[in-house]
Structures are given as structure tokens and as C-alpha cells.
Design a binder for this molecule. Structure first.
Ligand SMILES: NC(=O)c1ccc[n+]([C@@H]2O[C@H](COP(=O)([O-])OP(=O)(O)OC[C@H]3O[C@@H](n4cnc5c(N)ncnc54)[C@H](O)[C@@H]3O)[C@@H](O)[C@H]2O)c1
Length: 439
């Protein structure tokens, strides 16, 4: 990591290409949002890069610039989006099917959205069971597929004239897999690509192609992808940032708001039951036990890490945590989540908290996609490589170094993110000590 005085951030000149495997609900809500914002038809609500400020120096100094004025970020006007999907629908048709945004808005954006047609996807039914689409690459080994994606990237770069590129996964959740022998080193992985090793998933083929092409990679879904030595090695070799995994948008976001609060007051937890009904394509894919298992793992781990049962055995040693997702088509993207939280206080007296979050999954996720791509581009221009822990703020299962536990507390995550920006610009880090204001 460079010394603060030496952090040179290359300017955000020219276009930033945003490459997205998967053009479903989240992606089309993101793209339509960009087009609506560019035309003054909506505001980027939910985006820290667009609306957030950052306090610098002492509270008496009154310095709180907008984040986007403090660090050099790409402008929304300078983003060029390219996607892959296994269905042939253009972004307008896919947005209509996703049913997130209302038709009058989509009609006004029909022209720019219709112009985005998906490239053929790299797909393997063993990794996503519930959907079947015609727009897929065929023939050859997994290495050939990686070459084809690299070719897509080259063509996209040429067509758009993008000076920089970043890739972010918004495709379906793949079934749960753990790192295997083929993921041990880059050499093993490349050999596995040639030999069609069944442990290499489509998302890993995209990520490999991105990194080989000098493109950073972020994982918006809970499956493995870059959480393994081979692709970490490639990112390091290529000086590229990585981040992931699984957008922290709805129920887990709520969980990581509430759990630190309970812990701050030393209130105990007996159990936390979370359930969701969800009727979009994501819900359909997650109805498959393998894909649900990937989600269950990222959704379940946050509480244990935040509450630290080993440090607080009287409060959090054996709490019962259960997470369910039920596919319920009538609800579409308008997910509903229920949380029942059994807590206890003074002398062990029990209490309950109920949360009923009527959210919109893709409305919550789209601004996270925007922030992640802008910050990944910033990280790359600042010469930051490998796992970007400061972007944990955006993820349910933050990537982290093997020797530390992941930080899930959303308030610590935000402090970490803002301190990283201060660090990049050579500003004092903020400790919130505050003694300097008093005698
Ligand atoms: N919406 C949220 O709040 C949220 C939060 C966390 C994570 N996620 C994850 O983000 C991803 C996208 O969510 P969504 O609601 O847009 O889902 P979606 O089902 O609407 O879209 C996913 C798209 O990916 C395509 N796809 C699947 N495999 C592909 C492949 N190999 N190559 C190219 N395209 C492929 C599908 O055809 C589909 O169009 C999911 O994995 C979801 O679990 C979403």
C-alpha cells in the first residue's frame, strides 16, 4: 500500500466502461436510472458518491465537501454500459419484464435503453438451474469462453472509446461451491480452464477474462468467484482491485443497522428469524437449494461477526438465527421481509422487535452498483490492488484478508470507507475522539 503522501490518483479523463454480466432487474434499474438522472427526470437517491459529504479536519473548521468533489470520480455522463445475458431482450425489453420501474418512465427512456443489447453469455446449467436462455456462447473449452469474453471486452472498448473499464456481476446467483484444488494457483486455474474443470463457474470465467484484460472486478452476488487464491493472484499480478460479495441492500442492511445498536447497549439476543417473499427472476433462481445455499451463507454470517459471541457469552453465545427466502411470483420485485428478533435485557427479561420491510430490491441495489463502479475505478486509478476492504460497506459477505474477520457493522464500514478517502487525499483520519474541544 503506498504511503499517504505518495498516493497519486490519475484523473478520471474520458469514458468509464461498465461491463455487467447479467442484464436483469438490478442492471436495467441501474441503466434506466443513469439515463433518467442524465435527463433530470430523477435523483440518485441512495448513492453515497452522488449525495454524500465527507467531514475534513476538526468540527470547528466547517469543511464538509461533497465526496464527488473531494476525490476524482467519473461523472454519470461519462459512463458507457455493456452487458451480457443469456436472454436476447434489449435493456428496454428486459426492464419491462423486470417490472421494477413504471411504464411511463420506461417509455420516455425507450430509445437509449433499446440501444443496449446483451452480448452472448457464458452459461452453465450446473451453476444456475432454474433458467434457460438462448443467447449463450457455444463450442470450445472454458479457456475458449474466456478468450471470447476478452474479445467482447476488446470490441466494447473500441466501440465506446472507453479509457478505463470495470466489471461488476449482476447475473444470477450460482450454486454454492467452495474453493477446490483448481483454484489453488493461477497455473492450476489456467490448466483447469483448458481442461474444462467442472469446479470453474461461468462467473469465474468472466472474472478471469476481466482481470486478464486489465479490468477490475466486483461481485454483486453471494457465490465464490474471486474468493480464492488463483484469481487473487491474478489481480495482484495485474495491479487490479477486487471487491465483493453480494450487495447489502435490504434485510441484511437492516440487520447490520440494528445488531450493532443492540450490542452497543449490551442487550442480549435469543433468536433472530428472517423471512422474505420475493417474486422476481432472482427469487426464482434462489428457489433452487444450491443457489439459496450461497445466499444463506452470506446472509447468515453478519450477525455472528457483529455480535462476537465468544467475547460476550452472556449475551450472544447460542442465539438461534434462521433465514428464509420464499419465491412468491405475485410480489415481483417488491420484496417483503419480516424479522422477528427475540432480545433480552436487565435480569434476562425477554422483549421482541418486529421489522416488516416492504422494500424494492432493485431500487435499493441500483445506487450500490453506481457507487461500487465509481469507487472501483477510483481505486484502480489510485494504484490500489487486491481486496478492497474499504468497500465492505456495500456487501453482505465482505471480502477480507485471511488473518482478519470481515467487518459487518455498517457504521464501522462507513467510517472505514470515508477514512480511506481521507487517506487517499492526505487528510487527517477522523477518530471521533473529541477531547481537543474541551479543557
Ligand atoms: N436486488 C438486490 O437487492 C440484490 C441484493 C444482493 C444481491 N443481488 C444479486 O444480484 C444479482 C442480480 O439480481 P437481479 O434481481 O437483477 O436478478 P435477475 O434474475 O433479474 O437478473 C439476473 C440476470 O442474469 C442473467 N444471467 C444468469 N447467468 C448469467 C450468465 N452466466 N451470464 C450472463 N447473464 C446471466 C439472467 O438471465 C438474468 O437476466 C443476483 O445474483 C442477486 O442475488 C441482488
Amino acid at each position: 500500500m503506498p504511503n499517504p503522501e505518495n498516493v497519486q490518483i490519475a484523473p478520471a479523463e474520458g469514458k468509464l466502461g461498465v461491463l455487467i454480466p447479467g442484464m436483469g432487474a438490478v442492471t436495467t434499474t441501474f441503466i434506466a436510472g443513469l439515463e433518467a438522472i442524465k435527463r433530470g427526470m430523477g435523483k440518485p437517491i441512495g448513492s453515497l458518491t452522488q449525495l454524500g459529504t465527507i467531514r475534513l479536519g476538526k468540527r470547528t473548521e466547517g469543511r464538509s465537501p461533497a465526496i464527488r468533489d473531494f476525490v476524482p470520480l467519473a461523472n454519470i455522463e461519462d459512463l458507457a454500459v455493456g452487458c451480457w445475458d443469456i436472454f436476447e431482450d434489449n435493456a428496454y425489453e428486459a426492464a419491462v419484464k423486470a417490472g421494477v420501474l413504471e411504464m411511463p418512465l420506461l417509455e420516455q427512456l425507450k430509445e437509449p435503453l433499446s440501444a443496449i443489447t446483451p452480448m452472448k453469455g457464458v452459461f452453465d446449467q450446473d451453476y444456475v438451474k432454474r433458467i434457460h436462455g438462448p443467447n449463450v456462447k457455444t463450442g470450445g473449452s472454458k479457456m475458449d469462453y474466456a478468450e471470447m469474453v476478452m474479445d467482447d471486452i476488446r470490441q466494447f472498448r473500441q466501440k465506446t472509446g472507453a479509457t478505463r473499464l470495470t466489471m461488476i456481476w449482476c447475473g444470477s446467483t450460482e450454486v454454492f461451491h467452495q474453493a477446490a484444488a483448481v483454484h489453488a494457483t493461477l497455473k492450476d486455474f489456467e490448466c483447469g480452464l483448458q481442461k474444462n474443470d467442472p469446479e470453474i463457474s461461468p462467473s469465474q470465467i468472466y472474472a478471469y477474462a476481466a482481470l486478464k484484460s486489465g479490468v477490475s472486478y466486483a461481485n454483486g452476488a453471494p457465490h465464490l468467484t474471486t474468493d480464492m487464491p488463483a484469481l487473487l493472484e491474478l489481480a495482484r499480478n495485474m495491479n487490479l482491485p477486487l471487491s465483493g460479495k453480494d450487495y447489502k441492500s435490504g434485510q441484511t442492511f437492516m440487520k447490520t443497522l440494528i445488531a450493532p445498536g443492540l450490542k452497543s447497549r449490551m442487550l442480549g439476543l435469543n433468536g433472530w428469524f428472517s423471512t422474505n417473499i420475493l417474486g422476481n427472476r432472482d427469487g426464482e433462481v434462489l428457489d433452487d437449494p444450491g443457489s439459496f445455499r450461497s445466499k444463506e451463507v452470506t446472509k447468515s454470517s453478519a450477525l455472528e461477526y457483529i455480535l462476537q459471541g465468544e467475547l460476550y457469552p452472556d449475551l450472544y453465545k447460542d442465539f438461534y438465527h434462521k433465514v428464509r427466502i420464499e419465491y412468491y411470483p405475485p410480489r415481483g420485485d417488491a420484496k417483503e421481509g419480516w424479522d422477528n428478533i427475540d432480545i433480552f435485557g436487565w435480569l434476562g427479561y425477554p422483549m421482541q422487535i418486529k421489522i416488516n420491510f416492504l422494500c424494492r430490491d432493485s431500487i435499493l441495489a441500483a445506487p450500490l452498483v453506481l457507487d461500487i463502479v465509481l469507487f472501483m475505478d477510483l481505486a484502480q486509478r489510485a494504484g490500489m490492488r487486491g481486496v478492497q476492504e474499504w468497500l465492505s460497506f456495500y456487501f453482505k459477505g465482505p471480502m477480507h484478508a485471511p488473518e482478519v474477520y470481515p467487518e459487518h457493522d455498517v457504521f464501522i464500514q462507513l467510517m472505514k470507507l470515508k477514512n480511506t478517502l481521507r487517506w487517499m487525499r492526505g487528510e487527517d483520519l477522523i477518530t471521533h475522539l473529541g477531547l481537543e474541544y474541551y479543557d
